[in-house]
Design a protein around this ligand. Structure first.
Ligand code: NAY
Length: 289
């Protein structure tokens, strides 16, 4: 069975400080209501690239405690500050996280040798497995098939979080590395990714929509492609509505309507406007009531 992971969000107070109780509530909702297979902690959806090391550690700790072994956990530790990434990799490994992930280093147009060195340094002295977080649209770093192969020479690098609409490359990667873990990262493209035999998916929109997505995966695995496509269409209507209303703040607004204290996003992400509120209410009524 393919695995479904929610990309865990971070609850913020209005002043931008982290609300750890809200984080706990979202973990609980994912476990108790979504029956999620796993959580991806510290990723883009967690607004992690805007957090201090201390804040990241607190979130990793709380998510680990609250999950209490009821879901698989992956900690995204990647950072432009390699020392921080190494420190976090050690921290989460000591906590007990069974897997880590690191975004490709971005902004400075690093060479592949530098990227390789970054991954190998993060894993040096860390007894854990890592999946590469590849998200070219946000990082500008598009690894090639041969570059993935070179990174996989490190036996601790066991897979990819593949947030990329390049399905040709996905097919090539799956074909060349049948034993690597590939988790798809674009929720709206889950069905074509399933067709290329990914092992599962990680997504922001699953925080609310996981039950419908699990149904889609079950239909796909049972060979009922028509049903799987109908469910993907329904999910994509919901995802389109979210994207048109500002993704992360809207997921949080809908969480609040479900009684989960997801709080605010951190600036420069938007604070909810009355129009966003109204949009979130419509999404709640249309898909979750
Ligand atoms: C992350 O690190 O949290 C993720 O990348 C999760 C994947 C999401 N990507 C981003 C950038 O948010 O779920 C997707 C995405 O939100 C969704 O497909 C809507 O485009």
């Amino acid at each position: 069975m393919k695995k479904l992971y929610s990309a865990l969000m971070t609850a913020f107070n209005e002043d931008g400080s982290v609300n750890l109780d809200g984080v706990r509530e979202m973990v609980r909702y994912n476990i108790d209501v979504n029956h999620i297979d796993g959580l991806y902690v510290g990723g883009s959806t967690g607004e992690s690239f805007m957090l201090s090391t201390e804040e990241k550690k607190n979130i990793f700790k709380v998510a680990y405690e609250e999950t209490a072994g009821k879901a698989h956990l992956i900690a995204q530790v990647g950072s432009l500050n390699l020392n921080e990434a190494k420190e976090l990799a050690k921290y989460v490994t000591d906590l007990g996280y069974p897997m880590i992930s690191a975004v490709t280093p971005f902004y400075y147009n690093f060479s592949f040798e530098q990227i390789k060195n970054y991954y190998n340094s993060i894993l040096e002295g860390v007894d854990n497995k890592l999946i590469i977080y590849s998200i070219p649209a946000l990082t500008g770093v598009a690894l090639s098939l041969d570059q993935f192969a070179e990174l996989f020479e490190n036996p601790k690098i066991v897979g990819i979080k593949y947030t990329n609409a390049d399905f040709y490359l996905l097919e090539r990667v799956r074909n060349r590395f049948p034993d690597k873990l590939i988790l798809s990262g674009f929720d709206e493209m889950l069905l074509p990714a399933l067709a290329l035999d990914v092992d599962g998916a990680i997504g922001s929109t699953f925080n609310l929509n996981a039950p419908r997505v699990k149904e889609e995966i079950a239909a796909f695995e049972a060979g009922d492609i028509k049903k799987a496509r109908e469910l993907q269409t329904l999910s994509n209507d919901y995802i389109t509505d979210l994207l048109n209303n500002d993704l992360y703040p809207t997921i949080k607004l809908v969480f609040e309507k479900l009684g989960v204290h997801a709080g605010y996003c951190k600036e420069p992400m938007s604070k909810p406007t009355p129009e966003m509120e109204a949009g979130a209410q419509k999404i709640y009524e249309k898909y979750f009531k």
